[in-house]
Each structure stands twice: as C-alpha cells, then as structure tokens.
Write a protein that binds this ligand. Structure first.
Ligand SMILES: C[S@@+](CC[C@H](N)C(=O)[O-])C[C@H]1O[C@@H](n2cnc3c(N)ncnc32)[C@H](O)[C@@H]1O
Length: 340
C-alpha cells in the first residue's frame, strides 16, 4: 500500500483562502474590469487602492489556481481573464454567474464560520440569528437588494433552465406554471425556446413586479405572465406542467411534502411536476455541490435541506404521482420529474 501523503488534506484545508480570494475578486469587480484589457499590477493597485505585497500575492494566488491569467513574470507582467472567467465572471456578459458569488462574498462566507454550532443547534447562522429582521423581510423591503438577489438566483439557474428547455419535450404540453419563479427566468428561457407554450411565473408581489418588467423587456409578454401570490396561502395557478427551481430545498420536510401534495392536487390528469435542484446522488458519495448546498440551507434557514432524487420521488409517490425520471442539467444539478 502506498504511504499516505498529507497533500490532499492541506489542499482542502487551505481551500477556504482560495474561495475567499475568488469571492473578493468577484466582489471587487476585477473580472469585469479586466474585460477591458489586461492590466499591470501597478494599474490594478492604483485603481483599487491596494498595497504592493498583498496585491501581488492575491493575484498570483488566483493565477496559481487558474482563476486568473498573467502574461509574463515580474514587473510589467499583465493580468488578464482566463477563458472561463471572461465568460462567467464578467458582469456584462449574458453568461455571468457571479451574482451568486457576490451573495456568498457578502453573506454566506461568514455564516460558515459557525458550521459546528449550526450542526449542534440546527439553527440558521444568517441574519435571522441576530433576529432584527429575517433576510427575506429585509430583502423584500429593499428594491436594490431584491434585484441583487434575483441576479444571484439567475447566476445559479440560467444554464439549468436553458438545458431544461432543450432536454424536456415541452412541445407535448400547452401551459406551465413556475412556482417561486423569481424574475421569471425559467418561464422566459422555456418560452423563448417553445413559442407555443403559455407560462405563468408565480412569486410574492415585490418579486413579480421585477418579473413583469423583465418579461416585457424581453418581448415575451404574449407568452409569459407574472402572477403574484403566496404558495402556502394561495391556490397555485393551474397548468399542464408545474415547475419549482430551488424551492423545495428552502423548507423543512413537513413543508416540502405539503408543497408536493399541493402541486399534485393542482395538476390535471397526465400533469407533470418538475423540480430543478442540485440533487444529492443516491448513495450520498459524490455530489459535493449538492451536499454543500444542503448545509448552506442549514446556515441560511435552519431546518431546510437538499435531498436525493429517491427522497423526492418518495414524497411524490405518497402524494399520488406514479412515474418518475431524472434529467441531468448543468454540472451538479438535475431535473427530477414526477408524472401524475
Ligand atoms: C431560492 S429562490 C429560487 C428562484 C428560482 N426559482 C430559481 O430557481 O432560480 C426562492 C424563490 O421563492 C420565492 N418564495 C419564497 N417564499 C414564497 C412564497 N411563500 N410564495 C411564493 N414565492 C415564494 C422567493 O421570492 C424566491 O424568488
């Protein structure tokens, strides 16, 4: 047997600093700035008010993990985006995923300091811990923060929704309701790819105002409607397909099951329920991102958690659904589909 080495342990243990550096770079908007062209260290220092030694270490750390490029060595070397950071971390690109990284930069990174406490108490470590106002109360009363949250959701969901629009046979159905649809990204993505489909994006009133604006800005008002409501208190808008993107993982088991049953009761015979989540793999061994997301729900909300496809299908079976399938989406995410 080969002698074990500590390298893997140390790489993961120091990973917090690499994560921190990436989130700081996104928060500072450096990748967006580098879209205008490469910059020397002196130029970056002047623009961001940084000191030489830490700035040099910071940017070269990012170079060492392939999260930044650098032409040349030493004085005069110029830092630039990599192929991936140019596409995904430049705020002005349509593929920008940095919204969710901005959220982690500003909030989640520090919550994780209390992971052990969260596991011992089952309590959220987010704003709710201080109890002045919950994250969502503060969010819905502040249009700028709300819009930033929508951008963060888009960063996490855009590629999933685009993949779903191609992978699922929407041509067989006429209507879709997306529950907790945020700024209607799922409805807009699917409607744009399937012009016959009529979609409703259902969310709380402050959110549907943003959705309505984006629907009309993208010229999809004929096909997509923003409907305001509360998915616990109000009836769900009827449709052939009901979708939920990262909704069930926000709630405890009782509320998850309540929502699944409500969807079943709302769907027509032959209706379809699609959830889009970073589903944890059945043996709980390989989807690190799904497991991270589940603990992230603990940190944010306390009793919320992510789940495997089999767990979801079990709740669906209990509600009355009869057939099930899973479609892989972008990276660690999947669509779990239940047929009535
Ligand atoms: C995690 S976000 C998911 C957004 C989007 N579905 C996606 O996958 O990117 C959860 C969404 O659920 C909405 N939401 C939370 N509670 C709700 C409720 N009681 N009724 C309707 N929408 C709600 C939030 O406003 C937010 O837009």
């Amino acid at each position: 047997m080969a002698t074990p080495k500590p390298d893997h342990i140390m790489r993961i243990a120091s990973g917090y600093a690499i994560s921190r550096a990436l989130l700081s770079a996104v928060g500072m908007g450096i990748y967006t700035r580098l879209a205008d062209g490469p910059m020397t260290l002196d130029e970056i220092m002047a623009e961001y008010g940084l000191l030489r030694r830490p700035a040099m270490d910071f940017f070269d750390l990012l170079v060492s993990v392939d999260l930044m490029g650098r032409d040349g060595d030493g004085e005069g070397a110029r830092y630039h985006n990599t192929d991936a950071t140019a596409v995904f971390l430049d705020r002005n690109k349509p593929g920008y995923i940095g919204g969710v990284l901005e959220l982690w930069d500003q909030r989640n990174y520090r919550f994780w300091e209390n992971l052990t406490e969260a596991m011992q108490t089952g309590k959220a470590q987010s704003e709710t811990k201080q109890a002045d106002a919950s994250f969502f109360e503060a969010l819905y009363s502040d249009p700028v923060r709300l819009e930033a949250f929508m951008d963060a959701m888009n960063g996490a969901s855009l590629r999933n929704f685009q993949t779903l629009a191609k992978a699922f046979p929407f041509e067989r159905y006429q209507t879709l309701t997306d529950i907790g649809g945020a700024d209607a990204l799922l409805s807009r993505s699917v409607a744009a790819a399937h012009p016959h489909l009529r979609c409703k994006s259902f969310d709380l009133p402050p959110v549907t105002e943003i959705a309505a604006r984006k629907i009309s800005a993208t010229g999809l008002a004929e096909q997509v409607e923003a409907v305001a409501g509360d998915f616990f208190a109000d009836p769900l808008p009827e449709a052939d397909i009901i979708t939920m993107g990262m909704i069930l993982h926000d709630w405890n088991l009782e509320r998850k099951k309540l929502l699944v049953k409500k969807v079943y009761d709302t769907l027509p015979k032959d209706g379809v329920f699609i959830v889009i989540e970073a589903l944890i793999d059945g043996r709980r061994r390989s989807n690190t991102f799904g497991l991270f997301m589940s603990l992230n729900m603990l940190m944010e909300l306390g009793d919320a958690f992510d789940f495997t496809g089999e767990e979801f299908f079990g709740w669906c079976r209990e509600a009355g659904f009869s057939n099930f399938e899973t479609i892989p989406l972008d990276g660690p995410s999947s669509a779990a589909i239940a047929y009535k």
